[in-house]
Design a protein around this ligand. Structure first.
Ligand code: DGL
Length: 265
């Protein structure tokens, strides 16, 4: 189905470049799958939107994208969107959706100290969905919920070749690092798909080493299982679309190229 030449693509969707961290994991498991990456950068950051307006916006945009690209499956490679809009998307469209939500359960299973942090956009951290994940899967752990208003934009800047300020990164991640009864945070859940691009920068300013938990490999495995484990054949051209229509700066262009994506207007 999905891997036939000219066959249906998988659509990978985010508010910006963050979903490329998920796309890279998909590429590893499905190297020849045709992919359509959509960055709704005209609406970035989703973290600042009102819930009902964001939900209506994404459902409307998804209708257009489905009509244009006829995807086999859609990966919502954005925590801020997935923690809000998966139910209305699934109710409206028959296509399989794979969401991205904070990896609270694996973090609670893997922590050695019992102290973990969930780092996300202010919207994701405030969502009922995120609170529910913690109530359901992390009752045995101490969980720091950390809202980072600026990190996603810093990741955008980094990948667009704009100078970034490490001191702001240090301030944004600082509340993740706590010591409770002599036990320190050992896992930070990356609850925003932009953050894997900042791991080197975050390591440089972290007060002690931690595991940064990126859900991307698990999302890629989930996608493969949804597509019935079909090993895709050559699938044709993969593209990246930016809803703003802004020109793609050189550092981002080379990242897209390394992911096998052709930027289109
Ligand atoms: N990449 C998005 C996420 O995973 C967030 C960035 C935004 O605020 O738009 O949450």
């Amino acid at each position: 189905m999905s891997g036939e030449p000219g066959g249906k693509p998988v659509l990978v969707f985010d508010s910006g470049i963050g979903g490329l961290s998920v796309l890279a994991a998909i590429r590893k498991l499905m190297p020849t799958q045709r992919l359509v990456y959509v960055a709704d950068d005209a609406a970035f950051p989703y973290g600042n939107w009102k819930e009902d307006e964001l939900s209506a916006h994404i459902v409307r945009l998804m209708g257009d994208l489905i009509a244009t690209h006829d995807p086999a499956a859609i990966v919502i490679a954005c925590n801020t969107a997935s923690t809000l809009v998966l139910p209305p998307l699934r109710a409206k469209f028959a296509i399989p959706f794979v969401g991205t939500v904070p990896a609270v359960k694996p973090a609670a299973e893997q922590t050695k100290t019992g102290v973990i942090a969930v780092l996300g956009t202010p919207a994701t951290i405030a969502r009922d969905y995120t609170r529910q994940l913690i109530a359901s899967f992390a009752q045995s752990a101490r969980v720091q919920l950390v809202a980072a208003p600026r990190l996603a934009t810093i990741a955008e800047d980094l990948l667009r070749g704009v100078a970034i300020d490490r001191e702001i990164i240090r301030q944004e991640i600082a509340p993740c690092f706590v010591e409770i009864d002599g036990k320190r945070t050992d896992i930070v859940v990356l609850g925003c798909t932009h953050y894997p691009f900042l791991i080197a920068e975050m390591n440089a300013v972290a007060p002690w080493p931690v595991t940064w938990l990126d859900p991307a490999p698990a999302i890629a495995r989930r996608l493969v299982s949804i597509l019935n484990g079909a090993i895709p054949g050559p699938g044709g051209e993969s593209i990246a679309l930016f809803t703003s229509g802004r020109p793609v700066p050189p550092p981002l262009a080379s990242l897209l190229k390394s992911d096998g994506l052709i930027a289109t207007a």
